[in-house]
Design a protein. Structure first.
Length: 329
């Protein structure tokens, strides 16, 4: 278990400048077996918190405890065996292949000679396969794409076989299926290996779908903790992220453009047609309602889309024709 005990994180003052206190007196815990996802708007302190948890920068006040011991008091060699960190690095050691970079994760375990045993090599192979990077193993890391390099860095952390793994935006460069796969892998690892996993992301919708626990940092330096559903229900997510024309819809767990001003719309259509029609209507400023009456009614009878407004009906042979009419009725 990783415990934040009245933890204040930030940057000490220098040359007469006051200290920058990013988060103040935060109490929280990340349990082994849970995927804890750290979210928050830009600049609220996710990276600063993760670096502090990893022992890479000292707390301004308070403590980080790993299984009861202050991280600050754990020696570097022991800390390297117990905590793996994946930061958003673009600089990787030149001249290494993907496998060699991932194998650096074994260093805390290899002892003085640094020689890999068969078990070490098996751990590296497993880690590369787990992040779907086996095909990158022999490539020079400086030639990899951002997403490919991120996979190798994640493999390095997995190869380390730590008790806690802390990742700063590991999905940033990944395509959508790879994001879902990596988060799914992290959650599985947390459960199967009883790891503490704390991962920051800007991918809010994925975070809310997959996290066991969420830590939400707000612009005023608060840290809300809870399950995704708790934070949706108590309004913390809306309060943190609403703005710029977007509203968090707690029921669907996604951000939507605010309900339009053009009026209400009611859709009668089978299967996927209804949600897709409602989405197109929302995009054009209509507010879908589950029951009539509505200012606009839309039906699909298997052959055409029919829109009725003020007693006048229009038929459209395709969805594209209907959405075109929505834009310019
Ligand atoms: N070395 C530093 N010295 C002083 N302030 C810093 C330093 N690094 C970051 N900060 C400030 O600390 C605050 C938190 O930054 P941090 O990078 O932790 O935020 P973040 O939530 O990870 O942001 P993002 O979502 O944009 O990645 C910001 O206001 C930032 O300007």
């Amino acid at each position: 278990m990783l415990v934040l005990d009245a933890l204040t994180v930030g940057y000490p003052g220098r040359r007469g400048r006051a200290a920058r206190r990013v988060l103040e007196r935060v109490d929280a815990e990340a349990r082994a077996g849970d995927l804890t996802v750290l979210i928050g708007p830009n600049g609220t302190g996710k990276s600063t918190l993760l670096r502090t948890l990893a022992g890479l920068q000292p707390p301004l006040e308070g403590k980080v405890l790993l299984d009861g011991s202050p991280v600050a008091a754990i020696g570097p060699a022991e800390l390297a065996r117990r905590v793996a960190v994946v930061l958003t690095e673009r600089d990787v050691p030149a001249l290494l292949t993907g496998r060699e970079l991932a194998a650096l994760g074994r260093h805390p375990h290899t002892g003085f000679t640094g020689r890999l045993t068969a078990a070490d090599r098996a751990a590296v192979d497993w880690a590369l396969t787990a992040v779907d990077a086996a095909h990158l193993a022999e490539r020079p890391v400086t030639e990899l794409s951002d997403g490919e390099r991120q996979r190798i860095l994640t493999a390095r952390a997995l190869a380390q076989e730590p008790a806690a793994i802390l990742l700063d935006e590991p999905t940033a460069f990944l395509d959508v299926p790879s994001r879902v796969a990596l988060m799914g892998l992290l959650r599985r690892l947390a459960r199967e290996r009883s790891l503490v996993v704390v991962v920051s992301t800007h991918d809010l919708e994925l975070a809310l779908r997959i996290a066991d626990r969420v830590w939400l940092i707000t612009r005023d330096g608060g840290l809300h903790r809870g399950t995704p559903e708790e934070l949706a229900l108590n309004g913390a997510i809306s309060a943190a992220f609403d703005g710029g024309g977007l509203t968090f819809d707690a029921a669907s767990g996604v951000f939507v453009l605010p309900g339009g001003s053009r009026g209400t719309a009611h859709v009668t259509a089978p299967g996927l047609h209804r949600p897709l029609l409602e989405r197109a209507l929302s995009r054009e400023g209509w507010r879908p309602v589950p029951e009539p009456p509505a200012d606009l009614t839309v039906t699909w009878d298997g052959e055409a889309y029919e829109a009725t407004r003020n007693g006048t009906s229009h038929r459209f042979p395709t969805l594209a024709a209907f959405t075109g009419w929505l834009r310019r009725p």
